[in-house]
Every structure is written in structure tokens, then in C-alpha cells.
Write a protein that binds this ligand. Structure first.
Ligand SMILES: NC(=O)c1ccc[n+]([C@@H]2O[C@H](COP(=O)([O-])OP(=O)(O)OC[C@H]3O[C@@H](n4cnc5c(N)ncnc54)[C@H](OP(=O)(O)O)[C@@H]3O)[C@@H](O)[C@H]2O)c1
Length: 228
């Protein structure tokens, strides 16, 4: 069944996005994946059959251009993976307006804009939108785990995803908020217990299981439901 499935992955130049592109391509999915600039295409182009597109997620003009290039193309899954860690001081007291604008625009607002703009490119009958969240975005479980500003941006993403689902009139739409585990990437750092391949294998399993399931879920890469 998976051989005929297709996925659009937003933010796949490195880290988990690149890992997801590799995992889904290996499983026989038709993969389209985005990078911010053409100079970052090489690792994706090395994956057989992966189509590369360009998107700076925080730029509405770039999103419009991507939507135009995609035209009538339909995907079973749109996975909005791109995100940033925010300022290394992790301090509300020190945060500048520019730092907070960039963090919340990238992690919360832009993913929703992408989903809204590209919704016509999702298969209406069983399509799934996945937003890369984090356990740090859980009000109940994430507080105290560190990175409070980043966690707040992912809590905002979770909230906006809930609002998004409630405004959709397609009862078959599925939305998944995904926690990948703590993973050794540029963002996760070298002390993280999980490697990219293991996390992405787990996430691909959850995504495959969620295709065709309507409604909103907040799960980790092993399929464990997370508290809001
Ligand atoms: N690693 C973890 O332990 C962990 C845990 C929980 C959640 N997450 C989430 O998982 C996602 C991927 O994280 P990662 O660890 O793979 O991070 P990463 O290695 O820093 O990669 C981030 C990816 O997002 C892209 N990106 C950032 N801002 C973008 C923008 N404005 N437009 C388009 N692409 C943009 C980056 O592109 P460039 O190469 O152009 O910068 C890169 O491809 C993020 O949403 C992160 O918050 C990660």
C-alpha cells in the first residue's frame, strides 16, 4: 500500500527533515522535500527519487511561489518539520523582540500558514498534516524540562493546530502533532539519546498508521499520546 503514497516534507536540508526524507524514500513513498536555498540540495538529491523544492517558511512570497510550482499536485501527507531552537540564553528577561518574533514566527505561525496555503495539495479523502512539535510544548509534561521560550513556541504551535482543526469543514482531515524524541541533530546536540534514523523510523511508523484517521493527535515517535 505504501508504495503509492506521497509526502511533502518542509525543512529537509539536514537533521530530522533529511532523515524523514531518507526513511520515507526507502519505504517507497514518493518524496518531495524543501530546502531554504539551492545550495543545500545535495544530500536530498543523493536520495533516489526525491524531488527537491525551495521554501523559506517565514516568507509569504516564498510560500506563494511554492504553491504555484506545486500546482495541482496532491500529497497523502504534508509534514511541516522546520523549526528553530531560539536564543541560546533561553531567558525571557534577556529576549529581544527580534529573537521572539523569529522564534514564534518560525515555530508556530509559519507552520500554520504552510498548512492553510497548501491544504488544497492534500488528498481530501485521507490526507494527513503533521506538525513537528515537541514534548517541550506540552503545558503539563514540558514545563521544567528546559528551553522555556522554545517550549512556549511549540505550545503555541499546538494551540494553533487545535484552532486550525476546528475551522476545517473536511471531517476526514487528520492532523498529527509529533514529538520525535530527544535526537542527536544540530538542534538536539550530542548528548541526546536517540539517533536520527531511529527517531525517523518511529515517526514514519506513526505517520503511516495515522493516514486515513481523522481528527487531531499529539504523539511521540513511539506512538505514545502526550498530554496537552
Ligand atoms: N532534535 C530534537 O531533539 C528535537 C526534539 C523535539 C522537536 N524537534 C523539532 O524537530 C524539527 C527538526 O529539528 P532538528 O533537530 O532536525 O533541527 P535542525 O537540525 O536544526 O534542522 C532544522 C531544519 O529546519 C529548517 N528550517 C529552519 N527554519 C526554517 C525556515 N524558516 N524555513 C525553512 N526551513 C527552515 C532548517 O533549514 P536550514 O538548514 O536552512 O537552517 C533545517 O532543515 C524542529 O521543528 C524541532 O523543533 C527536535
Amino acid at each position: 500500500m505504501t508504495a503509492s503514497r506521497s509526502i511533502l516534507i518542509i525543512g529537509a536540508s539536514r537533521g530530522l527533515g533529511l532523515g524523514l526524507a531518507s526513511e520515507f524514500a526507502t519505504q517507497g513513498w514518493a518524496v518531495t522535500a524543501t530546502v531554504r536555498n539551492a545550495a543545500q540540495q545535495a544530500p536530498l538529491q543523493a536520495l533516489p527519487g526525491v524531488h527537491v523544492q525551495q521554501l523559506e517558511m517565514t516568507d509569504p512570497a516564498s510560500l506563494e511561489q511554492l504553491a504555484e510550482r506545486l500546482g495541482g499536485q496532491r500529497f497523502d501527507v504534508i509534514f511541516v518539520n522546520a523549526g528553530v531552537a531560539g536564543p541560546t540564553h533561553h531567558s525571557a528577561a534577556q529576549a529581544t523582540a527580534e529573537e521572539m518574533g523569529q522564534l514564534f514566527l518560525t515555530n508556530a505561525v509559519a507552520p500554520l500558514r504552510v498548512a492553510e496555503r497548501l491544504l488544497p495539495n492534500l488528498v481530501a479523502e485521507h490526507g494527513l498534516i503533521v506538525f513537528m512539535s515537541s514534548i517541550l510544548g506540552s503545558i503539563e509534561a514540558g514545563a521544567g524540562l528546559g528551553m522555556p521560550l522554545y517550549g512556549a513556541s511549540k505550545a503555541a504551535l499546538n494551540h494553533l493546530a487545535q484552532c486550525f482543526v476546528r475551522t476545517q469543514d473536511n471531517p476526514k482531515l487528520g492532523v498529527l502533532l509529533m514529538h520525535p524524541g530527544w535526537v542527536r541533530t544540530d538542534m538536539g546536540g550530542g548528548d541526546a539519546p536517540l539517533d536520527i534514523a531511529s527517531s525517523c523510523k518511529g515517526m514514519a511508523q506513526q505517520v503511516s498508521a495515522a493516514v486515513g484517521q481523522s481528527g487531531l493527535r499529539y504523539l511521540d515517535h513511539e506512538g505514545t499520546p502526550l498530554p496537552w
